[in-house]
Design a protein around this ligand. Structure first.
Ligand code: SDX
Length: 435
């Protein structure tokens, strides 16, 4: 029997001057803070005000749990560090989508399904040609992902669980192919077709880096690192891009178009674009002696500069993904024989200085998932403008799992927040000659 949010015996009482007290139920989930159910307020003519949804739970979900204070991240109850070291990305995709880790037979079938949907419709290859050669790959991904809705629309019934599962398989399979194509297009290389005998991560690296001119061998340490990076980025509760997918999906929109909404939201430097911004920041800092200058800028309220890869809306402790990412970073650099990586030296010293600085300590600002990922991707040879594409590739399973869960939840309804209106009071239109 699936868990449900349970109403506790307690109520929160809202006392508004001149009004009868309003009793609001307190509900609780499996773990995490209690939630005050404010749904009754709308009927009594009240809205709550919470820009950025800092104190708002938009839904109930069984997929991912985060304890920001303790730096805990669970996918369907399993700790992220165990998943990153004891499973692979396809097992995590199965887990996020279906709720359990697959056994051998389930994994084999799932892997077969995914591997046999990696091709994209040949007509889509011509869509790439509509983009300028120097387009940012995330711009291309927004467009192409949305275009998939034109290829899978008429016979897609989003209320049919089998159709939803097929959609999830198609997206998990095709997104790496499209991501690699966005890179190949940007460097003027021919597109590389997927190879079914390769693992998910190896196939992606093959589509990214092989050329028709010579044999390309995937380095197993890099393959493992890539797979782990996918796992670490797979899902993260109701973050901005997942909430964008849910809001788009709440109107019954085509799921491929909803994924395009998620890609668009992820692109921002405050969200998934932080990995690209972080590496550019580390390169701009350049040397350890310039770190104090940038720390001062990050603290200066008159300077919009922030340390990319630092801070998080939920984590007020070290992001557990950043811990695994940092270890993976050292593994990859060792495998590639990169001893003195100047950017890593700057990142390590920047982290050390920031974590001992009162400003960052007071605000619980720690490295997040984006702080070390860029260094690994850079070392692997992935260009900086492809970093957020990698994030989008990995997060697609999270997006489509939340989209799928939303269709099954009886509480789901179209998302339609209200506002505080601060515009002009009612006034009458004057004829032009009186204005
Ligand atoms: C991701 O939501 C998710 O789960 C996202 C994600 C996922 O997996 O989906 O985890 C992925 O997006 C990680 C975050 C990547 N973004 C960055 O690294 C960009 C830099 N970080 C910041 O912009 C910021 O920390 C956010 C956007 C991540 C969080 O912003 P909040 O929660 O709105 O926090 P805030 O802006 O209110 O900051 C609180 C205080 C402020 O100072 P005061 O007004 O209290 O004096 O901390 C300061 C901020 O100025 N602050 C920073 C800072 N982050 C916050 N100061 C300097 N450098 C920073 N990085």
């Amino acid at each position: 029997m699936e868990n449900k949010a349970q109403q506790s015996e307690q109520f929160a009482t809202l006392n508004i001057p001149g009004k009868d007290p309003i009793e609001l139920p307190i509900i609780e989930g499996t773990m995490g803070p209690e939630v005050i159910d404010i749904r009754a307020l709308g009927k009594q003519g009240y809205f709550t005000y919470d820009p950025g949804f800092v104190s708002t739970a938009s839904c109930s979900s069984r997929i991912t749990f985060i304890d920001g204070a303790k730096g805990v991240l669970l996918y369907r109850g399993y700790p992220i560090d165990q998943l990153a070291t004891k499973t692979d990305y396809l097992q995590v995709c199965y887990l996020l989508l279906k709720g359990e880790l697959p056994n051998k037979a389930e994994y084999k079938n799932f892997e077969y399904q995914v591997k046999h949907h990696t091709l994209i419709h040949e007509q889509i290859t011509s869509l790439f040609k509509a983009f300028r050669r120097d387009s940012h790959p995330m711009a291309v991904m927004c467009g192409i992902a949305g275009a998939l809705s034109a290829f899978y629309h008429d016979n897609l019934d989003i209320y049919d669980p089998e159709h939803r599962e097929k959609t999830a398989i198609r997206l998990i399979s095709k997104i790496p192919t499209l991501a690699a194509m966005s890179y190949k297009y940007s460097i003027g290389h021919p597109f590389v077709y997927p190879r079914n005998e390769l693992s998910y991560a190896a196939n992606f690296l093959h589509m990214m880096f092989s050329t028709p001119c010579e044999e390309y061998k995937v380095n197993p340490v890099i393959e493992r690192a890539m797979d782990r990076i996918f796992i670490l980025h797979a899902d993260h509760e109701q973050n901005a891009s997942t909430s964008s997918v849910r809001l788009a999906g709440s109107s019954g929109a085509n799921p491929y178009a909803c994924i395009a909404a998620g890609i668009a939201s992820l692109w921002g430097p405050a969200h998934g674009g932080a990995n690209e911004a972080c590496l550019r920041m580390l390169e701009q800092i350049g040397t350890i002696d310039r770190i104090p200058e940038f720390i001062a800028r990050a603290k200066d309220k008159n300077d919009p500069f922030r340390l990319s890869g630092f801070g998080h809306r939920v984590y007020k402790a070290y992001d557990p993904r950043a811990v695994v990412m940092r270890d993976t970073c050292h593994e990859v650099l060792a495998e590639l024989n990169i001893q003195d990586h100047p950017i890593l030296d700057v990142a390590t010293e920047l982290e050390h200085i920031a974590l001992s600085d009162e400003y960052f300590i007071q605000r619980n600002l720690y490295p997040n998932v984006d702080f070390y990922s860029g260094i690994i991707l850079n070392a692997i040879g992935i260009p900086t403008n492809m970093f957020t594409v990698i994030f989008a590739l990995a997060r697609t399973i999270g997006w489509i799992s939340h989209w799928n869960e939303m269709q099954e939840m009886p509480e789901s309804r179209i998302g339609r927040p209200r506002q505080i209106y601060i515009g002009k009071p009612l006034r009458q239109v004057k004829a032009m000659h009186h204005r």
